[in-house]
Design a protein around this ligand. Structure first.
Ligand code: 5RP
Length: 225
């Protein structure tokens, strides 16, 4: 079932897309709705849009919708559109329930502008969900111990449709790390302490400084925060 909040957020973001633009394309169901709506504009208005997808999911959705897939070698995205799992009152985000946070963070950082699109149910006062962390399989045991030392409760993410751990599009494991409630002033520090552990590729903490705008969709409308 399509959430109206996701649909309305995606529809408002669509207005930001201009002919000839290079987009950074996040992952997840909200982004997929955005790509389907963009596909309609491409078919109806004959727009040419280039995109750099961050997962197999958004790669195929981009292709199906007539977006010309390019890469970071030749292009710097003007605008990155991505979803999130939690957005706090200061616009810090946690991402990665879909396991694509490493490429999402690379593409977001490479983009001139980053716009997050969410159903308003994702809005919280303070971040509190477990932080997804992508880790090289070889480093798993070591990284898990180190994450516990910095205060996280750690769970290796298991998949459905396959026994054993979820394997990311980059061939790595995901650890869901519960740090409890993250105050605004702790968000960047937590990201840094996670990133300094050898063997960790990336975390799903997207501090507010990376985000230009958030669009929150509700049942009947959407708004920029
Ligand atoms: C994937 C992500 C997604 O953007 C996030 O999980 C939100 O997904 P959805 O739009 O399906 O709620 O970070 O890694």
């Amino acid at each position: 079932m399509v959430s109206n909040g996701k649909y309305n957020a995606a529809k408002l973001a669509l207005e930001l897309v201009k002919d000839g633009m290079v987009l950074g394309i996040g992952s997840g169901t909200t982004v997929e709705i955005f790509l389907n709506l963009l596909g309609e504009r491409i078919r109806e208005e004959g727009l040419v849009v280039y995109g750099i997808p961050t997962s197999y999911q958004s790669y195929y959705a981009a292709i199906i919708n007539g977006i010309r897939v390019v890469d970071l070698v030749e292009h710097e995205p003007e605008l990155c559109i991505d979803g999130a799992d939690q957005v706090d009152a200061k616009m810090n985000c946690i991402k990665g329930r879909g396991g694509a946070m490493t490429r999402e963070k690379i593409v977001a950082k490479a983009s001139r502008k980053v716009v997050i699109i969410v159903d308003e149910s994702k809005l919280v006062e303070k971040l509190s969900m477990p932080v997804p962390v992508e880790v090289l399989p070889f480093a798993y045991g070591y990284v898990e111990r180190k994450l516990r030392e910095v205060g996280a409760e750690v769970k290796l993410r298991h998949g459905s449709g396959k026994v054993g751990p979820v394997i990311t599009d980059n061939g790595n494991f995901i650890l869901d790390c519960d740090f409890g409630v993250l105050e605004d002033e702790d968000v960047e520090k937590t990201e840094e302490s996670v990133k300094t552990i050898t063997g960790i590729v990336e975390s799903g903490i997207f501090p507010k400084k990376m985000i230009d705008s958030v669009i929150a969709g509700s049942l009947n409308s959407a708004r920029f925060l």
